[in-house]
Structures are given as C-alpha cells and as structure tokens.
Design a protein around this ligand. Structure first.
Ligand code: ZN
Length: 368
C-alpha cells in the first residue's frame, strides 16, 4: 500500500504503518498536551498507540486463522481508521470465511477479559463500572476500548467483520454473489445510518459511514467480477493479434502506431522473447513531461506477474491487481502467446454477469 512504511514481520507477515497514522498520534498528543498539559498529552498518545497494538492483534487473529487454511497474507497495514489484512484470496467457503472473520473481534474480547482480570486482581484503583476511554487508568481505558472495538466490528455492516460474517451465513443458503450483494446492501443502510447519526453525535461516525459505504460498493463489485471470472480461462480472453514495439524505437513513432490501432499497450519482443510492455499510461506521462526524445526501452515496464494461458481469468485479475498493472503478458514456457488487459477482463465479466442475469430471468431469446 502506498504511503506506508514497514515496521517488521510477525508470523512471516510484513506489518506496515500508514504515514497518516503518525500524523494522528502527533495530532492527539498536541491537542491533549496544549489543552490539559504535557502529562495528559503523553498519556493519550501512549493510549492510542496501545489501541493500535490491539488493532494489530485483531488483524493477526484474522491472519492466523487464514494461515491455518493455507492462505497467504501479503501484509497487514495499520491506518488511522483501523487495520487491514491483505489476504491473497478470501476463501469462498462460507464456514472458513466466518471463522477467519470472527477471530478478529474474539481477540478484542479476550484482551478485554485479560484486562478485566488484571485490573480486578492487581490494580485496586481500576474502576470498571463506568464506560469511559478517559478515566486516566490505562487498564480501564484499554478494557473499554477493546470491548467497543469488538462490539463495533461485529455490527453487520459489510465490509466490516460483522458484515462478512453475515455474508458467510447468507452464503450457506444461497449463491455467493447474491449473498455478497445482500450483505453489501445491508452495509450501505448501516453506512447511511452512521452518517446521519454522526451529524448529531460524532463526526468520526460520518467518516466511518463514508468508509463503509464506499467499501461495500467496491467490494461487492470486485466479488461479482472475480466470481464470474472464475469460470473463464485466460486463453479465451487474451489478445493474440497485436503489434509490438522495439526497445530503441522513439516513443513518437509508437504514438503514430497507436493512432492506427485499438491497441493501448505494446509488448516489446526481442528475439521472440517477451522483455516488457510499453503502457499507454507511461507514454502519456512521458509526453506530458515533454520527453518526446525518449526511447521505448527507457520507459517500458519490465516486471510483470507470471500468467499462463490455463490460469482462470479471476486468478489473472488478482495477480494484476496485486502488482498494480493494467496489462500483462500471457506466457507458456517463456514464449509470449498474447496479452491480457484489465479492460478485457472487466468487459468479459460485464458480459457474463448480464448473461447470467438473463438466464436467471428465463428469457433465453435475449441471450448475448
Ligand atoms: Zn477485523
């Protein structure tokens, strides 16, 4: 993820922290210190830092269960709004998904339980009866923070944990796409509720509402796209009829070529071997910076995910999204067979989705 820096590895999972998180800590420290003195400022900064340690433990809860199912966790990123575990591929098995998801809030409840015991037996000044994050007793404040974190996360507002659990439960009885759409709709309703209530209570809720609404929309879309692409193979979608460019060609020549074709990206082939792709975006950027004299080799992208013709289109999409490319070569034993583009994958998914919508409506005369 952009704007984040690595802080180490736990259970083989790279942990990253978003820069804005440091800004948040500094902001809290500054506001509290200038209002209530340096001691309170320090206390608040330490308290929030510890909350984020708990958020990290919550994410590790998800990740450990996911790892036990053989899944890869690419990273855990800590953002001011919470943590994100980037799991290579969330399983479509509802029971596994529910188990992975529920592990996060359970971690918070366990931490709260431990803090309660610690406070009761080892800290006589700990007073748990009043829900507060500002009692001044670190154990009490962290207890309530974890209880709230756990409870907040199980609200069934997809893509929050509770919403994912809801999706998993729904998917036990109906198909995965339908379950996702339904959970996303419930999530959007909650999001609107948060935004409205937030206006009267706390602006933080508005932010969370916006986050949930956009998350529900985009995750539901992604799920529909990947589910439809699960049944299609790269060899059926790759483009095999394409023009190539040479490493030493000036980009102005390429622009000329691009004007005469639908093609946006140009593979570079040397002695029959694929060596890189000149993307539409990099040409535009070079032209924008008045670098007309540039040669193809100077701006070509040379690192790509490995995609074989027998991979599913969903797998290709996943790999392309992970490495942030919009076009990738399709290779078999190092030989370039064709190229696959993000545009083509999304187009195929659109066609397949509307086809299955039509099939569901039993109107065969309208098939594509
Ligand atoms: Zn979670």
């Amino acid at each position: 993820m952009r704007w984040s820096f690595p802080v180490g590895k736990i259970f083989g999972i790279p942990i990253r922290v978003h820069y804005t998180f440091l800004l948040l800590l500094a902001f809290i420290w500054y506001v509290e210190a200038s209002m209530y003195g340096p001691e309170t400022g320090l206390y608040s900064a330490v308290f929030w830092l510890l909350i984020f340690v708990c958020v990290l433990l919550h994410e590790l809860g998800h990740s450990r269960v996911a790892q036990s199912y053989g899944l890869t966790i690419t990273s855990i990123v800590l953002l001011p709004i919470g943590g994100v575990s980037q799991i290579s591929d969330i399983p479509k098995d509802p029971i596994k998904e529910v188990n992975i998801t529920i592990a996060g809030p359970i971690v918070n409840f366990v931490i709260a339980g431990i803090l309660l015991v610690l406070g009761k037996f080892f800290n006589s000044s700990a007073e748990f009866s009043k829900a507060s994050l500002q009692s001044g007793n670190l154990i009490v404040d962290l207890f309530w923070a974890n209880l709230m974190l756990g409870l907040f996360n199980i609200i069934p507002a997809y893509p929050m944990d509770g919403g994912r659990i809801l999706r998993g439960i729904l998917a036990m009885k109906r198909n995965y796409i339908e379950a996702t759409k339904l959970a996303a709709d419930v999530g959007k309703l909650f999001a609107i509720g948060f935004i409205v209530v937030g206006f009267f209570i706390n602006w933080w809720l508005i932010l969370i509402g916006i986050f949930i609404f956009s998350g529900a929309t985009s995750e539901a879309e992604t799920t529909v796209i990947t589910s439809t692409l699960e049944k299609v193979f790269v060899r059926d979608l790759m483009v095999t009829d394409f023009k190539t460019v040479q490493l030493d060609e000036p980009i102005t020549v390429v622009v000329e070529k691009a004007l005469h074709t639908y093609q946006n990206d140009f593979p570079i082939v040397v002695d029959g071997k694929f060596v890189g792709i000149l993307t539409h975006a990099s040409v535009i950027e070079a032209l924008h910076h008045h670098m007309h004299e540039m040669k193809v080799g100077q701006i070509a992208r040379t690192v790509f995910p490995r995609i074989g013709p027998d991979s599913t289109a969903a797998e290709a999409l996943r790999k392309m999204r992970l490495s942030g490319v919009t076009v990738a070569p399709v290779e078999d034993d190092g030989n370039l067979l064709g190229i696959i583009t993000l545009e083509k994958l999304i187009e195929a998914s659109d066609l397949l989705t509307s086809k299955s919508d039509q099939d569901e409506k039993h109107e065969p005369e309208k098939t594509l």
